[in-house]
Design a protein around this ligand. Structure first.
Ligand code: NAD
Ligand code: TYD
Length: 350
């Protein structure tokens, strides 16, 4: 094996696409998927690659510093790609401390474990922290987030991610650790947990349940297909420069209500429902507190310096995503039972 990489959060939405990409593209790498399997972690996401000889799963919580130290000492990773996190804004509003623990303290535990293991010997080592554009706050009608935009988080989720980014940079500056960060816009695609806008609405369209649009529906997000994010992570991990930050985005802004209407149209076609049928499910509900009006990423640095660009159009990506959910009803059934039902009730029926 030419190198060992620990990917945290590999059983989650984006992490599972990153693990699959690394396991299949780099058969000579040993890939360790370190995940606590919270409500958002699901090994079914990786059943197609679980028997590969270069893949190992380790169930561990990044809050358990002792367990993390032991795993690092036993595997001697050359690289860390850190995706494990609490990732849903609405949940962060219901229980902010969970986000402080996992996103901030969990990240510092990983930094400490890598610092201890590498002990100042940083040649061919890399600690890559995956972050979000939400750390930059909200934009008005115009403008873009660049790597120089000042941090201005508004939700407990984005505040916890901002804090974790600061710790990663601080370890880079103070201990000269080989750190690198990317901040990405909203992802969508297969295996997305149906609490986020796109998978929740696909699930509700299938079940003919109301589509709860927050506020006036004119909030804007910049959407990127998850496999394009995984390709960007691959590129940054291999070609990015230590201590740099890379913004990743889809050059693809949509107002929520326009996106929801497109989703309804595509789903009606695939489900052989009359034109306009699913749009009737749209229901405006009370707004999310502290709701950021608009996100838009300027991804020109990663594009110019590393040659990255998204590979699919939004319509293609969305179409593939709907197909995936229609073909994976068992997956949906598994993840929408149990804890999900309680969360849904609390969030949408109060
Ligand atoms: P997700 O919620 O789908 O998955 C998170 C994974 O982390 C799960 O497998 C979960 O089991 C694991 N995890 C959570 N707490 C853990 C702990 N204490 N110890 C070990 N594992 C734990 O999240 P996602 O959407 O795949 O996001 C992955 C990363 O990418 C996050 O850091 C997120 O902030 C970032 N990000 C997400 C988006 C997006 O649109 N989803 C956009 C930009 C950045
Ligand atoms: P979400 O998928 O939660 O991502 P984020 O908040 O991290 O951007 O939400 C995307 C947008 O959709 C955001 O403006 C909030 C809105 N939204 C709704 O209108 N209704 C919903 O039920 C959800 C989950 C989100």
């Amino acid at each position: 094996m030419s190198q060992t990489i620990i990917i945290t959060g590999g059983a989650g939405f984006i992490g599972s696409h990153v693990v699959r990409r690394f396991v299949t593209h780099y058969p000579n790498y040993r890939i360790i998927n370190l995940d606590a399997l919270t409500y958002a972690g699901n090994l079914e996401n990786l059943h197609d690659i679980e028997d590969r000889s270069n893949y190992i799963f380790e169930k561990a919580n990044i809050l358990n510093a002792e367990a993390i130290d032991k795993l690092f000492a036993s595997y001697h990773p050359d690289g860390i790609i850190h995706l494990a996190a609490e990732s849903h804004v609405d949940r962060s509003i219901l229980s902010p401390l969970d986000f402080v623990y996992t996103n901030v303290i969990g990240t510092v535990n990983l930094l400490n474990a890598a610092k201890k293991l590498w002990n100042g010997q940083h040649s061919n080592k890399r600690f890559y922290h995956i972050s979000t554009d939400e750390v930059y706050g909200a934009l008005g009608e115009s403008g873009f987030f660049t790597e120089q935009t000042r941090y201005d988080p508004h939700s407990p989720y984005s505040a916890s991610k901002a804090a974790s980014d600061h710790f990663v940079r601080a370890y880079g500056d103070t201990y000269q650790m080989p750190v690198i960060i990317s901040n990405c816009s909203n992802n969508y695609g297969p295996n997305h947990f149906p609490e986020k806008l796109i998978p929740l609405f696909i699930n509700n369209i299938i079940e003919k349940k109301p589509l709860p649009v927050y506020g006036d529906g004119l909030y804007t997000r910049d959407w990127l297909f998850v496999k394009d994010h995984a390709a960007a992570i691959d590129l940054v991990f291999h070609k990015g420069k230590d201590h740099e930050t890379y913004n990743i985005g889809g050059f693809n802004e949509w107002k929520n209500i326009d996106l929801v209407k497109l989703l309804c149209k595509l789903a009606d076609e695939k489900l052989n429902r009359p034109k306009g049928e699913s749009e009737k499910l749209i229901t405006y509900v009370k707004d999310r507190p502290g709701h950021d009006r608009r996100y838009a990423i300027d991804a020109s640095k990663i594009s110019k310096e590393l040659g990255w660009k998204p590979s699919v159009t939004f319509e293609e990506g969305l179409s593939q995503t709907i197909d995936w959910y229609l073909q994976n009803t068992e997956w949906l059934r598994h993840v929408t039972s149990g804890e999900y039902q309680q969360y849904y009730k609390k969030q949408y029926q109060s």
